[in-house]
Design a protein around this ligand. Sequence first.
Ligand code: HOZ
Length: 432
Amino acid sequence: MSQREGVGPRSRALNEISAGLFPGGVSSPVRAFGGVGGKPPVIRRAQGALLFDVDGREYVDLVGAWGPMILGHGHPAVERAVVARVRRGIMTGTPSPDEPRLARLITRLMPAVERMRFVVSGTEACMSALRLARAATGRTKLIKFAGCYHGHADAFLASAGSGALTFGTPDSPGVPPEVVAATLVAPYNDLGAVEALLAAHPGEVAAVFVEPIAGNMGFVPPEPGFLAGLRSACTRHGALLVFDEVMTGFRVHLGGAQALYGITPDLTTFGKIIGGGLPVGAYGGRADLMARVAPEGPVYQAGTLAGNPVAMTAGHRTLRVLARPGVFERIAACTSELAAGLAADGRDAGVPIVATSIGAMLGLWFAAAAPTNLVEAQATDLARFRRYHGAMLARGVHLPPSPFEAWFVSLAHDAPIIERIRSAHREALRAS
Ligand code: HOZ
């Protein structure tokens, strides 16, 4: 694989045009490469595990559109279903058969989600779940974890992960202090801190929101007992437990993190995979809670493009393929083989690396030990990750442009693709 510094001339020219039109030249902050330096390649086409930029350069993709593309780009079954659905109308703003078809599949794979509401993004899903939790409990406060990201609604922009963390603005200007005053923040994996907050605010906490496997401060799994402890603390204190499975849903296990760890949350939020790459989100859970949502109940929430039938179709077909016998297992096996290979290459090169995975979600840290919370994640060798990212891109591997994002593997990542990643990795370790 040839090594190239920086992006090609067409990407550079388009980045310049976009810089004049969009803040940071992008539609979502992390994509600007501010977290790693340099400029992003402008992608023209995607197929399988590969991306092709406007300069004709090819990259192995480990971003997967930040999660949705678990079958790879352009999976034929998804593509066929989407094209057929587009021919019958893109959006009607009416009930369609596509919504219950996807919802029934989700409830089958995740039985704790008895009823749900489709929205258009993960941000909307979390924002709506919070409103419902507050209405159902008659309480205002919420507990979240430092480095977890639940979208960019005001209440969640306290110690937020993802782009907010990458760009050093985990608490955004423009959020009224009184709004985030109701947001209590605990360190991830620290059950004692959650118990202390619940005890200090008796009868005031509506919900505990958690990424059951954190992916927005980098990949940080829960320690044994943490999620079970949250479940029992919430039950004892009358707070709702909300699993944000926007990233983990159908990626760490076919039944999400809740099936993997055997925990039943009161509410779950979704995005990414359930839209197969088209804009979607959803929140759902206990039937008695969902009955409070308008028009059945008084908790208002609505959306012109909600339940878009093309997105419903893409999500349904993606989940159908994923649920075929052996498919999920194959992606998970490939992901753990990749993680083990990256770690072994690190050992051989004498570079302290932690590379681990759960299901089809992977994380790599330049550190001697895996971080268990945000403080430890920030103490890893971030400067080395930045150099490594550039070296991998130059060798044709497209990684998330931030140390604080998880990596996503797909069904299209086969043995030759894995070897391509590892060969670039071995060189990049030496070069960075
Ligand atoms: N915040 C998402 C990743 N954790 C999306 C990033 C993007 O699309 O730029």
